[in-house]
Design a protein around this ligand. Sequence first.
Ligand code: SF4
Ligand code: SF4
Ligand code: SF4
Length: 257
Amino acid sequence: MTSRKQIAKPKVAFFDFASCEGCQLTVVDALQTHVELLDAVEIVQFREASSERREDYQIAFVEGSITRPQDEERLRRIREQAAVLVALGACAHTGCVNALKNLHKPEDVRRWVYGDCADWYETYAARPLSAVVKVDAVIPGCPIDRHEFVEVVKAVLVGKKPPIPDYPVCVECKLKGNVCVFHVGKTCLGPVTRAGCGAICPTHGDGCEGCRGLIPHPNENAMEEVLDEVGLTLDQIMGQFTMFNAYREVENGEWAQ
Ligand code: SF4
Ligand code: SF4
Ligand code: SF4
């Protein structure tokens, strides 16, 4: 009698750079309700959830922004090993709130945070993974959406492009029949922000703050005009655009100091 040869499962690893680790926590949460994923892959490294620490992974999920020169070296090693590298969450995808410091002079930032010990810490402008290495897929959001994480894993496992929307949050918001928050005196970046969260903030009465990054070719000028028309000052408009997207705005020269 011949025995059936077991097909090796793809080996997956999770890594983190500058982040709050909330996206990894969402992964742990998602794996509890989608245990079928644990049958489909072998997790060989995941500091937040396992003591396993192997380097023979093929798929790397990387959380966090790059904020120090030595981070680049570690990220490049991960990239060399991984056949597929996925940016996990807004810190890795856009730079997220870490990039707020890019709006200020690096020496000022170091002094505010570390005081007299500022010179001990080597840190530079925060940046997304894609500023350093090729990224094969992204899971947007602060934190990620657990359902989207599951869908991205399934797509990666069958070699498909992950299904990340390229239309704005307003589409999901309208489909839900929400009252636009602009009608109740609030503001929202939904017209220029990438959908996929189910318009969760407007659905609960708050404006979108752009945590999933902007859509391709956003009409930022029109968005600024709308925010201006409802009475926001230039500083407040800048605050809206840079809350989660400061890296992009500074790189584009929009709100440089
Ligand atoms: S994207 Fe948000 S939740 Fe995820 S690690 Fe960064 S700060 Fe935390
Ligand atoms: S609340 Fe925001 S997302 Fe919803 S329709 Fe208005 S602008 Fe668009
Ligand atoms: S509505 Fe905007 S801020 Fe809220 S989760 Fe979605 S993309 Fe993020």
